[in-house]
Design a protein around this ligand. Structure first.
Ligand code: GDP
Length: 440
């Protein structure tokens, strides 16, 4: 995420390395580089200039502080300012109202439908809500189908009226349906166009007026940079929305939209989309994002994601199996599925402090477990529970079945054996503490 910006800021801070004191001269040099980094990230000129002016004032006002290295002090000031620029505190979603009505707005392709599904999934699994999705796109039957597919995937009902060409009517009826059927959140997905046009704006403004949502959210593709900011402005002028959703932050975005949107429309970014899967949704925390931009990783989010997947009962069962030497490849597969649910490997690596920088030239496959899974799926149930029976003949068959080399099968078996041994050791005396330390 924002690798280019991170690299450039890192370079800017290098100027201060080796200097004992922050002076007008080295600050000016550093800030010139910081400004250039922001401009390259597609932050608009005025915002970049104001940003560096504020950092400069703070830096020069603090040159008496000798406990910190100037470089570190500057990083701290820039971090605080970045956090402020992106909105300061995290802003949650307003879930008042019975039911809570949430209206989605944004251009076609911004990720509205995907986000509607992600939000429904999030509210259902994390907030214990019973959401209803509503398809209000009256122009593209495919859009209605897409929402039904999403709903099915996450087990959430979708309200649609394919024959009805009046979006206000559909939305109102959906809210009635929610009230009489015990749904407490209604998420209304609306029609988008490829570009802003009057008819679309009128239509969504009418829906907005009629259903008076608790939350009107504007969804925008982060990859579109300054265009994202301009679109946000146009929608905000008409809808006075409550929050922004930035999608596709898992792609190669420069960061401009995330950094500028708040100061242009004065509305908080509430969530970010980091992938196509239904789980790829994060609450937006400005300070955590600033940490990531400055290469400090985001351990808090990483731990949170691990905790979300942690299931006490499952963990206990697993410990028993390990103790009894019964940990097999099926359990291993289940572990892999859990890690995968935490996010893409690229995303996870980016959250480890320093790792983003160290591994920036390493190609990380999005589905790093693909080959391992293929090998395990080619094993029989018996082989999975008792890997010791896998002889050369079986290895050859497994390799053939999975389309991998026999050496790879060997490697996996060896790693699995080592891992089993290690887990067994951790169960022994003294090992309990280690397990506890690792959250086990
Ligand atoms: P809509 O027209 O605004 O409803 O947009 P869609 O929800 O159909 O999304 C358009 C495309 O963007 C789809 O292919 C989605 O899978 C993809 N997409 C949506 N959100 C994200 C995201 O956070 N990351 C990535 N990589 N793709 C996304």
């Amino acid at each position: 995420m924002f690798q280019n910006l991170s690299d450039k800021l890192d370079k800017a801070f290098h100027i201060l390395k080796g200097h004992g004191k922050i002076t007008e001269i080295n600050v000016a040099e550093t800030l010139k580089e910081v400004r250039r980094a922001l401009l390259d990230a597609d932050v608009n000129f005025k915002i970049a200039k104001d940003f560096t002016t504020r950092v400069k004032e703070k830096a020069l006002g603090q040159d008496v502080l000798t406990t910190l290295q100037p470089g570190q002090l500057m990083v701290k000031i820039v971090k605080d300012e970045l956090t402020e620029l992106m909105g300061g505190e995290a802003t949650g979603i307003n879930l008042s109202g019975a039911p809570t009505v949430i209206l989605m707005s944004g251009l076609q392709g911004s990720g509205k439908t995907t986000f509607s599904g992600k939000l429904a999934h999030y509210l259902k699994t994390k907030k214990n809500k019973k959401p209803l999705l509503v398809a209000c796109d009256i122009y593209r039957p495919a859009a209605i189908n897409q929402l039904h597919v999403v709903g099915e995937q996450i087990g959430v009902e979708v309200y649609s009226e394919p024959e009805n060409k009046n979006p206000v009517d559909i939305a109102q009826k959906a809210i009635q349906h929610a009230k009489s059927n015990g749904y407490n959140v209604v998420i209304v997905d609306t029609a988008g166009r490829l570009a802003i046009d009057e008819q679309m704006m009128n239509e969504i403004a009418q829906v907005h007026q009629a259903i008076k949502p608790q939350e009107t959210l504007f969804v925008v593709d982060a990859m579109t940079g300054q265009d994202a900011v301009n679109t946000a402005k146009a929608f905000n002028d008409r809808l006075d929305f409550d929050g922004v959703i930035l999608t596709k932050l898992d792609g190669d975005t420069r960061g401009g939209a995330a950094l500028t949107i708040k100061s242009v429309v004065n509305k908080p970014i509430k969530f970010i989309g980091t992938g196509e899967k239904m789980e790829a949704l994060d609450v937006f925390y400005p300070s955590r994002m600033a940490d990531r931009i400055l290469g400090m990783g985001d351990v808090v989010s990483l731990v949170e994601r691990a905790q979300e997947q942690y299931n006490e009962e499952e963990a206990r069962k697993l410990q028993k199996k390990i103790a009894k030497n019964e940990f097999g490849f099926d359990d291993f597969l289940a572990q892999i599925q859990q890690i995968k649910k935490m996010g893409s490997m690229k995303d996870l690596v980016g959250m480890i402090p320093g790792a983003g920088k160290a591994m920036k030239d390493v190609e990380i496959e999005d589905d790093a477990f693909k080959h391992i899974e293929a090998i395990i799926y080619s094993m029989t149930p018996k082989e999975r529970s008792k890997p010791a029976i896998i002889d050369m003949k079986r290895k050859t068959r497994i390799a053939k079945g999975s389309g991998r080399k026999v050496e790879e099968v060997n490697q996996l078996l060896k790693q699995f054996e080592q891992m089993s041994k290690m887990m067994k050791m951790m169960q022994g005396p003294g090992g309990k503490n280690l397990m506890r330390m690792m959250g086990g």
